[in-house]
Design a protein around this ligand. Structure first.
Ligand SMILES: Nc1nc2c(ncn2[C@@H]2O[C@H](COP(=O)(O)OP(=O)(O)OP(=O)(O)O)[C@@H](O)[C@H]2O)c(=O)[nH]1
Ligand SMILES: [Mg+2]
Length: 187
């Protein structure tokens, strides 16, 4: 039977969530972009205010519903609604942002329930800009936090790179589902 996966795309303002969903989606992305009223935090002209929505089909009729959750804290309540329905999350962190390592930690903490129950992959974006921590620093922070999670260096504008990340996430979701089956269910 065809399955549907609900996947959240989360991360700080300007990390590339809307861009990644647009790169992946086969349908025109539903975007809720408005003028950025918080230019101190990030200089971008517009920001997502409610959510982004896109879809991608996998083989065998399976479908992924992608929900981008807003990067601004004042939309926190939206995350909670979507988190309950999700099987996995792509966490994008802007390597060029003010304090990417703390942002990584903050989001892992904020989505601890989904990270434990579901699958989670991390993508470090905007590395081509040439500022910010090296990948080793992210690995070190994850180790410090006792978390073993797939970590990708990814350009959110590059569909192939984002698809690779999504593939890893779906594989994790399936592995978790398989692990949840009663003994003997997998022939
Ligand atoms: N140079 C570079 N630019 C990137 C990369 N990933 C995303 N961008 C750009 O970063 C900008 C911000 O991306 P968005 O997709 O709007 O970020 P967002 O996470 O949706 O931001 P909010 O909705 O405000 O929370 C866009 O101009 C993207 O084209 C990357 O890896 N490298
Ligand atoms: Mg956005």
């Amino acid at each position: 039977m065809a399955r549907e996966y609900i996947v959240l795309v989360a991360g700080p303002m300007g990390a590339g969530k809307t861009t990644a969903i647009s790169a992946l989606s086969e349908i025109p992305v539903v975007r809720t972009e408005a003028l950025n009223t918080d230019p101190q935090r990030n200089a971008k002209a517009t920001t997502t205010v409610a959510l982004d929505y896109g879809e991608i089909s996998l083989g065998d009729g399976d479908k992924v519903r992608l929900y981008g959750v807003p990067g601004q804290d004042r939309f926190d309540f939206m995350w909670r609604i979507l988190e309950k329905r999700a099987l996995g999350m792509m966490l994008l962190v802007d390597n060029d942002g003010p304090d990417p390592l703390s942002e990584l930690e903050r989001y892992l903490h904020s989505f601890e329930a989904l990270g434990t129950r579901g699958a989670l992959v991390i993508g470090i974006t905007r590395r081509d800009v040439g500022r910010g921590p090296a990948m080793d620093a992210y690995y070190a922070r994850l180790t410090q936090l006792g978390r073993v999670l797939p970590l990708f260096s990814v350009d959110a504008r590059n569909a192939a790179q984002v698809r690779t990340m999504l593939g890893a996430l779906i594989a994790m979701v399936e592995a978790k589902a398989g692990a949840a089956l009663p003994t003997g269910a997998i022939a």
